[in-house]
Design a binder for this molecule. Sequence first.
Ligand SMILES: [Fe+2]
Ligand SMILES: [Fe+2]
Length: 410
Amino acid sequence: MSQPDRANRLLGLLPPHAQSRAAAFAEAGGLVTEVHNPRVLVGLLPSAARGFLLQRGKQGVPTLMQASHQAHFDWSYSSDQQEMRELYRRAKQNQWDAEVALDWSVDVDPLNPERPILPYEFFAFERFAKYGPPLPRGSREELTLRADLATWMLSQFLHGEQGALLASAQVTESVQWMDGKFYGATQVMDEARHVEVFHRYLSTKLGKLYDVNDNLFVIIDALMVDSRWDMKFLGMQIMIEGLALGAFGLLYRMTEEPLLKNLLRYVIQDEARHVHYGVIALREHYRTALSERELRERQDWAFEVALLMRNRFMAHEIYEEHYAHLMSRAEWNQSVQESPGMSEFRHTMFERLVPNLAYIGLLDERMKQHYSDAGLLRYAGGKDASQLTGEQMLSELEARGRGDLAAAAE
Ligand SMILES: [Fe+2]
Ligand SMILES: [Fe+2]
């Protein structure tokens, strides 16, 4: 028996409460083996302790995080960054009111096989059949599992949006450009609206909300307490927004539920602007204000966090709810990792993320080898956020349609 199998068997002998504590320690331990750069690891450890071990995201309201950044005032009020001023102008014109723009009277039944939130092929349940009773397509159990998975994804979107709301407010205080502050204020409004719509959808249409995932909590915590504005920016505007855009884009293509599709159409257009703002601000900052050592630190951090995002969002809350008594976590991770939906998700995410990292200067010759070893360098030639508007992004997604999920499985 291999070591992970033995560990899983031992874990299975523990009472349920102890099992989830042990699993939390295993998650934290996993981080230690997965992050290869020691400086990045040391930087993440306090957040990992709060997220995995203390379970700060799951201890009820409120969760308090200690912010330590500097607020930057400018009493001259001069316009100092033309591209940000232009984004500010566009953002003002493209504000929307969720009360008016979306038809909330639509009846949503997450178990309706005619208008599923996620297609059957997303999860490829055939892979799970060997671990438990078969889940025939369209059976109540299969539809419930699929609906729960969709609800889990949307719950993480909501929690991520709250992170974006608070981080964009912090960044609005900290950036040195007056035009950046103006633009940032529109983003704070956008993120509030995103929290509003995802929460309303979850509470009034799906009737269920999952806790924040520990891995997401760790990344949000790390950004909120970091005093350097560009790290908040890199983490939130490039990494988490990149992850979100990948997930929103995929769900937009896949879902047959019209209210959600329309909601995502609006959100994607806002998010495309946010990432655009992120890449212009960081490109300028990284070109002009950082030492070689500081730039290397950002390069290593972005690479490690990109891999964590790829490897760790495994819907463990769904595993614990539906499958913990049937298979080990390692088996679950593998099944999820190999599912066509997750494979397509990774593709959509890196297609956006890697060109943005290249644009801001985090993909130099040294880093290319790392990305190549991780199988990610093939995404480097794509369009970055400064070349792609929300409308273009949406038409690309529409042209791609649902595609062939099964063929997308790696
Ligand atoms: Fe957002
Ligand atoms: Fe955003």
